[in-house]
Write a protein that binds this ligand. Structure first.
Ligand SMILES: C[S@@+](CC[C@H](N)C(=O)[O-])C[C@H]1O[C@@H](n2cnc3c(N)ncnc32)[C@H](O)[C@@H]1O
Length: 408
């Protein structure tokens, strides 16, 4: 057994001791002992706990892979998440003002991915265990909206109907205004009898829509989501912010940054989380790589009353970012890229003449890289609002305000 002192937490929430040796579910300042295997410490026993340690609220925390930070008090997690962003910026010599973090309440996540494996007696459903393929059945969950947790029973029925013996069925369940939107993948190929069984499950379980490997097999009622009371019906598996609270916090920051803009471009627009609410006061051009999502955004705009003009474009912004000529007469740009960030797009933004930028990010590392490009080109990073909609995980999200320095 080796005794180690935990120096800090890494980006995945693991403790890091001298070596480096990575130790899961510990806190800085704790002395721990365990068995070293490569760069990992196993069979960890905490000898001297931190005074920030708390007992995890969830009985499944030890085995389930869903949460990483339930053993720390809320203030520790909040400070750590803000510090992850501060450190990422500081590695590019950037500093800014941090607003108080917004943390989503427990039991508010609206989407879950269940794993469901067929067994001799039926099916086993749950979440993947920590760093393993083992399925951990979960009767309780502190992060999911209880309506989403109901999806576990549906996942079980779907696995009995159509999981192969070898692979676990992956079942994504999203809670919207009109009920559960369920999408299964990695199951048996669809044939006539399976279609019939799936349609019967959809009816009996009051599922809004059921998809199987990207094909919609049954719709009882089109799944609806509201962005600031504007209804949209996204395609199966479309991106949505993880919690209503997180969505509202991000939207509030984006609204503040773009306030007064006559014309806004929303890049990586998804199904219109920002574009549609912003269209209450501004004209918006929404650009997104996924054609089905942008079609949902467009339909949402067409069915809504009282919005200003919204134009849409399906475009790969990694390969074909908007260039300065396309950004003339644009007062503000919103960008909310995937984890890879928006490297090609910020190079073009840096050459353009847009006064205000609202950058929403789910990856502090790529955000800081892109922020450095913008700041080198004369933008000022006014403030960052960290938003924690993945409570108790190591995931960090944020909205940031940039203003063109010569236009301040
Ligand atoms: C973090 S989501 C944000 C979506 C939307 N802003 C929202 O809040 O709901 C990132 C979006 O970028 C889109 N995307 C990913 N890669 C892209 C690319 N190369 N070009 C354009 N859009 C892309 C995804 O389809 C997804 O909708």
């Amino acid at each position: 057994m080796t005794e180690l002192l935990i120096k800090r937490l890494g980006l995945h929430g693991d403790g890091i001791a001298e070596g480096p040796v990575y130790v899961p579910r510990v806190l800085p300042g704790e002395t721990v002992e365990g068995r070293i295997d490569g760069q990992m410490l196993h069979d960890v026993k905490v000898l001297r706990p931190s005074d920030r340690r708390v007992s995890a609220p969830c009985p499944h925390y030890k085995s389930c892979g869903g949460c990483q930070l339930q053993h720390a008090d809320d203030a520790f997690v909040a400070d750590w998440k803000v510090d992850v962003v501060r450190q990422a910026l500081s590695s590019h010599n950037l500093e800014t003002v941090f607003r108080e973090i917004e943390t989503s309440p427990p039991k508010s996540r609206r989407r879950a991915g269940f794993a469901a494996r067929r067994t001799k007696k039926g099916a086993m459903v749950g979440f993947h265990g920590r760093a393993s393929d083992t399925i951990i059945p979960v009767e309780r969950c502190e992060i999911l909206d209880p309506g989403v947790l109901q999806g576990a029973r549906i996942a079980e029925e779907l696995a009995i109907a159509g999981a192969s013996r070898k692979t676990a069925l992956a079942v994504s369940v999203t809670l919207g205004k009109s009920g559960l939107d369920v999408a299964a993948s990695k199951g048996k190929p669809l044939d006539g009898p399976l279609r019939q069984r799936l349609a019967a499950i959809c009816e009996a379980e009051v599922i809004a829509r059921l998809s199987w490997d990207d094909e919609i097999v049954a719709v009882r009622t089109p799944p609806l989501y509201e962005f600031d009371r504007i209804s949209v019906s996204p395609p199966p598996g479309a991106f949505l912010q993880a919690t209503l609270h997180g969505e509202a916090a991000l939207l509030s920051a984006v609204r503040e940054i773009t306030r007064g803009a006559g014309r806004i471009v929303d890049l990586f627009a998804g199904c219109g989380t920002f574009a549609l609410p912003l269209a209450r006061h501004s004209e918006v051009h929404a650009v997104e790589g996924d054609g089905d999502m942008i079609a949902a955004l467009d339909a949402g705009w067409r069915h809504a009353d009282g919005l200003k003009n919204v134009t849409t474009e399906t475009r790969d912004l990694f390969r074909r970012p908007l260039v300065p000529m396309e950004l003339t007469k644009v007062d503000a740009v919103v960008l909310d890229p995937p984890r890879a960030g928006a490297e090609a797009q910020v190079v073009e933004l840096a050459k353009a003449d847009v006064r205000r930028l609202a950058y929403v990010s789910c990856n502090p590392v790529t955000f800081a890289r892109d922020a450095a490009v913008l700041c080198a080109a004369g933008y000022v990073l006014d403030w960052v609002q960290v938003v924690d909609q993945f409570r108790w995980s190591a995931h960090v999200e944020l909205a940031a305000s940039f203003t063109a320095a010569h236009m301040r």
